[in-house]
Design a protein around this ligand. Structure first.
Ligand code: ZN
Length: 295
């Protein structure tokens, strides 16, 4: 929670400096991937450092919507990812942690929002051959019910989904696989899928009381489209607002998500210090998407 408190209410350049400082304190030297054109600075950490190993890629965007303290969206995800770097800095399992810039929308109209600039830049500039799967974090600061999205019926067969299902079962963590269309809500998993890596999912935590309401809302898409975020249950109705503050978050939720990520890293069958087994076919390049709504 300390990381969340440090990041909340800061502008994006300050958040970037604070993430770099936190990694420095952990003795970790990241690579900063910049695009001057897109005004993007992604922060990339390989543990252990060096090429070769196939890795699980964990990500969280560090930017926040202007006017929102950005505690749950997404200082919570950043805090969990920093916790993971701390736990795995001994290089036990090959992972990549990416702190994405500019996930939040740079274009915002009543019907259209466009964001995900940091993750689009990443997938265009990097080969995904060494990425076994992507687990992206969004709003992990409240609740004890795992939300995995977007997952349509056929995506339940994805290796990344089955591994998260097994890890949640081992932790007796209740889980909801949500099919959320990208034009309703999206995040940094999307560019990976569009680049041909289907094993890319976003993980969130939800208060269990809100899960039936979320299911009900998703069954009524026209209402969501026209009423926007006010139609969502918590925590989604708070994000991007002045109510997204750290005092509403729970340390237990952040710890729960970190425990899940460690369980996932272990469950993928890495040999300690060795390579990660593959998730499926090599990614292929596909044409780009229309502008997505970002969370
Ligand atoms: Zn977000």
């Amino acid at each position: 929670m300390d990381y969340v408190r440090v990041l909340e209410n800061r502008d994006n350049p300050a958040r970037r400096r604070l993430v770099l400082a936190a990694l420095g304190e952990l003795g970790i030297e990241p690579v900063v991937q910049e695009s001057r054109l897109l005004r993007v600075s992604n922060i990339v950490v390989d543990l252990p450092p060096g090429p070769g190993a196939r890795r699980l890629l964990f990500s969280a965007h560090y930017d926040a919507v202007r006017g929102s303290p950005g505690a749950n969206d997404n200082a919570s995800g950043v805090a969990v990812l920093l916790g993971l770097c701390h736990k795995l800095k001994d290089g036990r399992f090959p992972i990549r942690a990416v702190f994405f810039d500019r996930e939040e929308a740079w274009l915002r109209t009543p019907l259209l929002r466009a964001g995900l600039l940091g993750s689009f830049h990443y997938v265009w500039k990097n080969s995904l051959r060494d990425v076994a799967a992507v687990y992206n974090l969004e709003f992990c600061g409240t609740g004890d019910y795992l939300g995995v999205w977007p997952v349509r019926a056929k995506e339940r067969r994805l290796h990344a989904f089955q591994e998260v299902e097994k890890a949640a079962a081992r932790l007796a963590l209740p889980m909801w696989a949500a099919h959320i269309p990208w034009f309703i809500l999206s995040s940094d998993h999307l560019p990976f899928r569009l680049r041909g890596l289907p094993d890319a999912l976003t993980l969130s935590l939800l208060p269990s009381s809100q899960v039936p309401l979320l299911e009900e809302r998703l069954a009524d898409l026209p209402r969501l489209l026209f009423r926007g975020r006010t139609a969502w249950p918590e925590p989604l109705s708070s994000i991007h607002t002045a109510r997204d503050i750290s005092s509403r978050l729970s340390e237990g939720s952040l710890e729960l998500m970190l425990t899940l990520l460690l369980e996932l890293s272990q469950g993928w069958g890495f040999s300690p210090g060795g390579a990660c087994p593959g998730a499926g076919p090599e990614p292929r390049r596909e044409p780009g998407p229309g502008p997505p709504a970002s969370s």
